[in-house]
Design a binder for this molecule. Structure first.
Ligand code: PEP
Length: 266
């Protein structure tokens, strides 16, 4: 995904110049047969979307998803990738393997990977590097725990996650990075950050990107919100000036709800 050239020259922060991306994270749900059925259901509902539409599916569903999405505006992503090109890593899948079958997107650093599978900022950094080297677009997830928010260290935590994960990523490579702000306490819990909370953090992330890269890069990077976004609350969250789309878990498994979120972003 490369950004329109106009974005690079944009001096003023302007949401109109960023194309929002709505990405579904199916987590460990759906068989290949169910994948084909769900994408076939989603396709007609989102065919006129002016925003980017991505579905990130389990590895086993990638072929079915690519086949079902062929010829449509739906792009396919994986939910993780390993940092090595190949080797003795039983059960893992490399970024090169994803690229070899035509998968364009990959989620990296999801809080469930951090929470249940011991992933860290450093492994996120290595996976980001492998994904970018393989030509993929990365959806990099960052977010604070509830106790970190309560201690008022949200931006310290997110700043550290971003600085480490993006270490060594060039400005040109940053064009293939989407950041998803996902407060851990809002994922799969039904608790949603308020629109103001989401925008406040997304804005601060944009400020950090300006410090690390440039104002033009900060103005053009897509920063999503994720955490119990659904058909009812999407319009308010997506209406915020620094919220450029969403990473959607539970609601992405229902075609009509996912389509309503896409509609709210466009
Ligand atoms: C996610 O898995 O990234 C997510 C945001 O999940 P949910 O929408 O179910 O909270």
């Amino acid at each position: 995904m490369s950004r329109p050239a106009i974005m690079k020259g944009c001096v003023l922060m302007n949401k109109q110049l960023r194309k929002p991306v709505i990405a579904g994270n199916w987590k460990m749900n759906k068989t290949p047969v169910e994948t084909t059925a769900l994408i076939n259901e989603i396709k007609p509902l989102v065919k006129d979307a002016s925003c980017g539409v991505v579905v990130c599916v389990p590895y086993i569903d990638l072929f079915a998803a690519l086949e079902a999405a062929k010829g449509s505006n739906i792009k396919v992503g994986a939910e993780n990738c390993h940092w090595a090109k190949s080797g003795a890593f039983t059960g893992e899948v490399s970024a090169d393997m994803l690229a070899s079958i035509g998968v364009p997107y990959v989620i990296i650093g999801h809080s469930e990977r951090r929470q249940y599978f011991g992933e860290t900022d450093v492994t996120a950094r290595d996976r980001v590097r492998a994904a970018l080297d393989a030509g993929l677009t990365v959806i990099l997830c960052v977010g604070e725990l509830l106790e970190e928010r309560e201690q008022n260290i949200t931006m310290e935590i997110i700043g550290k996650q971003i600085k480490i994960a993006l270490a060594g990523v060039t400005a040109a490579e940053l064009e293939r990075v989407i950041i998803a702000y996902e407060p851990v306490w809002a994922i799969g819990t039904g608790l949603t950050a308020t629109a103001e909370q989401a925008n406040e953090v997304n804005k601060a992330i944009r400020g950090l990107i300006e410090q690390l890269y440039s104002k033009a890069d900060a103005d053009s990077i897509v920063i999503q919100y994720g955490g119990s976004m659904n058909a009812q609350n999407a319009a308010e969250l997506l209406g915020q000036p620094d919220v450029d789309g969403g990473l959607i878990g539970g609601a992405s498994l229902k075609a009509a709800d996912f389509a309503k979120i896409v509609e709210a972003a466009c």
